[in-house]
Design a protein around this ligand. Structure first.
Ligand code: KIV
Ligand code: NA
Length: 277
């Protein structure tokens, strides 16, 4: 498989081929998405909730995410790696935005960074692009600022919100973003947006009209128990499968069934005799 690039993603869009994006947070998940031929891998700040067990993405730090990013990088070959910039690492100034983005490129091999929001964040995106780093925008439900949005809920459900989203999307495109993620917005709003955008648009809870779709690793595989968002489809139920496997191990240990002879090392008989004296 040829390495995915900004150019090949644009070609996919032009040919009407859907773009597949999945999050990954460590070496094994990276090797799986790579083997499955996923186009884009997002090392999401969703790691804060899915990997670290926090209840929002807000506390995620650059250093925490960098460690996960480096592990993902080691598992990828052809997939295009996008790294989320965490809350607090890019908003305050163009300088901070560029400095943070550079860390993900230099220290973890990111091929693009993603940041959330429109408005002044468009300037941050432009500054990072000017520094030579591809940027992916993210509009709609932006979990880093969910408190300001009134919680984790669908966005763009009023005419005013939808109009603002169109303006932000066009501004991010003008700023040079190489792609845009739209999260949790009405399908009809995404459909209005699509003809206006020349860059690849990846949806999550934005309906079927976008150029591609992204899901979170843990959601797609059913790795965590509990409620999932409306936009999630679970393609496996690995939490149950893993509990069953560990449960079976525990049972075999307790019954003395494990380890068997095949899991056990031998010593040459003469060595054993000398040892036992
Ligand atoms: O962090 C994340 O997983 C994301 C996707 C949901 C787009 O930003
Ligand atoms: Na994110």
């Amino acid at each position: 498989r040829a390495p995915v690039t900004v150019t090949s993603l644009l070609e996919k869009k032009h040919h009407g081929e859907k773009i597949v994006m999945v999050t990954a947070y460590d070496y094994p998940s990276a090797t799986v998405v790579e083997a499955a031929g996923v186009d884009m891998v997002l090392v999401g700040d969703s790691a804060a909730t899915t990997v670290l067990g926090l209840d929002s993405t807000v506390p995620a730090t650059v250093d925490e995410l960098l460690m996960l990013n480096r592990a993902v990088r080691r598992g990828l070959r052809a997939s295009f790696m996008v790294s989320d910039l965490p809350f607090g690492s890019y908003e305050a100034s163009d300088y901070e935005a560029v400095k943070s983005a550079q860390r993900f490129v230099k220290e973890a091999g990111a091929q693009a960074v993603k940041l959330e929001g429109g408005g002044v964040m468009v300037d941050r995106a432009r500054a990072i692009v000017a520094a030579g780093i591809p940027v992916v925008g993210h509009l709609g439900l932006t979990p880093q600022t969910a408190t300001a949005l009134g919680g984790l809920r669908a966005q763009g459900k009023s005419a005013e919100q939808a109009t603002k989203m169109v303006a932000d999307a066009l501004a991010l495109q003008d700023a040079g973003c190489c792609a845009l993620v739209l999260e949790a917005i009405p399908a009809a709003v995404a459909e209005e947006l699509m003809p206006l955008l020349e860059i690849p648009v990846i949806g999550i809870g934005a309906g079927a009209s976008t150029d591609g779709q992204v899901l979170v690793w843990h959601d797609l595989l059913g790795l965590l128990e509990g409620r999932t968002a409306k936009f999630v489809k679970q393609y496996a139920h690995l939490h149950q499968a893993m509990v069953a496997a560990v449960h079976q191990f525990a049972g075999e240990v307790r019954d003395g069934e494990f380890p068997g002879r095949e899991h056990t090392y031998a010593i040459p008989p003469e060595e054993l005799q000398r040892f036992q004296g």
